[in-house]
Design a protein around this ligand. Structure first.
Ligand SMILES: NC(=O)c1ccc[n+]([C@@H]2O[C@H](COP(=O)([O-])OP(=O)(O)OC[C@H]3O[C@@H](n4cnc5c(N)ncnc54)[C@H](O)[C@@H]3O)[C@@H](O)[C@H]2O)c1
Length: 434
């Protein structure tokens, strides 16, 4: 088959649509593998950055990006007509939620229209965006078949989820198991052959729906387990039990237990969003996914819990939130990365604003943020800043923070991430989630 030959000798041209956290690392990986890659993004500023060799994604190596751009192995564009020359197209566009927490697949729909326009025989299309089971076969496939192509013969369609864990130094795209579900056996084989060129471990599946379900299940699993430990934290707080000690104790069991940790809420583009894709789809089948809804409810309540506990902490010191200067430490959604999307810090800060607290924040990964239309700039984390604040509120425990200094200078530290666990002195100033 011509398609397989072009994949195996790496003469196939690869299009990656969406050059964000998922798409840019993937485009660089494919270019490094030897394919000619065209990266397509609707945002011209991103395209310009890529073409100048300027990296904007933490998981991409600056030098690797420069190399593939200089050697013209990777070229970025906003021009979708370039799809006409592509043999393989990987779709990595965002899949957010609407305000009412329903799937918003507008970007997938738009991309599908472009693909339909430029589709040609011998084309492999793989959706990598996280979405509800059924999207590949119900949304993308019919539109491409309308172009007179026959799936499994001259059109190959698959779903293969991206599972990147931003900031994870051990597991990147190339060494993480790649699930591949093709519409037909032929689709699966072509998609598998393609990914085998660059990724060490491929796990073929019987259909795109299984792969779509597996990806959402992984994120539901995390959401539910985080909710479980968050709920336990509320109970531990009432019972005056340190939840971290409980988790460490349970984790000594060599089997059947996996530690999850509480926090001020869940963030990022995956855990707070993806489960709702499945909850929405399940209603079509008269199933109400109660675990998903319950986990969402518990996790989304955590910022409110943090603010009410902070109120309690200040109250015990004869202070109130109104007028207090709260120094927020860390605003990105997890430690040591720059992604602020869906960060619970934004919600906590918004709630603190409503209580008329004076907010200052420090985060080496986020120079500025906006919270409910107010702009904030990150402050240098100096002893004076900490000492001059009513309390320090740790929302993201970046490893760059000097926790000894923070605890030494602060009158009280409300640490929602247990970032201060190694601090020995003045531990009486530290308040944990429970
Ligand atoms: N970020 C993660 O850690 C992660 C991990 C696994 C899976 N995913 C999934 O991967 C998908 C992409 O996520 P991301 O984090 O890379 O998002 P992102 O917002 O970082 O990147 C998406 C890119 O697509 C571009 N784009 C948007 N609409 C477009 C369109 N119509 N045409 C062309 N380009 C368009 C945006 O400008 C942006 O550059 C989502 O479905 C997400 O759930 C993300």
């Amino acid at each position: 088959m011509k398609m397989l030959e072009r994949i195996k000798d790496r003469s196939a041209k690869v299009g990656v649509i969406g050059l964000g956290y998922v798409g840019l690392p993937l485009a660089v990986l494919q270019a490094k593998t030897g394919f000619s890659v065209v990266g397509i993004d609707s945002v011209a500023a991103k395209v310009d950055l890529v073409n100048q060799g300027n990296n904007y994604i933490g998981d991409v190596d600056d030098a690797e990006l420069r190399d593939v751009v200089q050697s013209k192995k990777l070229v970025a564009t906003t021009d979708f007509s370039k799809l006409h020359d592509c043999d393989v197209v990987l779709i990595c566009v965002p899949t957010p939620l609407t305000k009412n927490k329903e799937p918003d697949i507008t970007a997938i729909l738009k991309v599908t229209e472009h693909l339909a326009r430029y589709a040609h025989p011998d084309l492999l299309v793989v959706l990598e965006s996280t979405t509800y089971p059924g999207t590949t076969e119900e949304v993308i496939l019919p539109r491409l078949e309308e172009q007179g192509l026959t799936v499994g013969k001259d059109l190959f369609v698959a779903f293969s989820p991206e599972r990147v864990d931003p900031g994870n130094e051990d597991f990147k795209t190339h060494n993480t198991f790649k699930l591949v579900g093709g519409v037909t056996e032929g689709c699966r084989e072509v998609a598998k052959a393609f990914y085998e060129q660059s990724i060490v471990k491929i796990f073929p599946l019987s259909s795109p729906r299984v792969a779509e379900m597996a990806k959402v299940f992984e994120n539901v699993f995390r959401s539910v387990n985080i909710a479980l430990v968050n709920e336990l934290t509320l109970l531990c707080d009432r019972m005056n039990i340190n939840v971290y000690e409980v988790i460490d104790a349970a984790a000594t069991k060599n089997f059947g237990f996996m530690p999850f940790y509480p926090g001020p809420g869940v963030g990022g583009h995956c855990i707070p969003l993806d489960p709702y894709y499945l909850a929405w789809k399940s209603k079509e089948y008269d199933i109400h996914t109660r675990f998903i809804e319950l986990a969402g409810e518990i996790n989304e309540n955590m910022p409110y819990y943090v603010v009410s506990k902070l109120q309690r902490v200040l109250n015990q010191r004869g202070q109130c939130l109104n007028g207090a200067q709260v120094l927020v430490l860390g605003v990105t959604y997890k430690a040591d990365i720059s992604d602020e999307r869906e960060s619970p810090a934004t919600k906590v800060m918004e709630l603190l604003q409503r209580e008329n607290a004076t907010l200052v924040y420090s985060d080496p990964f986020a120079p500025s943020i906006s919270v409910a239309d107010r702009q904030y700039k990150s402050q240098d984390l100096t002893p004076e800043l900490v000492a001059g604040s009513s309390c320090a509120l740790i929302l993201t425990a970046h490893s760059a923070f000097d926790y000894d200094m923070i605890v030494k200078q602060a009158s009280v530290v409300f640490d929602t991430r247990n970032g201060t666990r190694h601090v020995q002195q003045h531990r009486d100033r530290i308040i944990l989630l429970s």
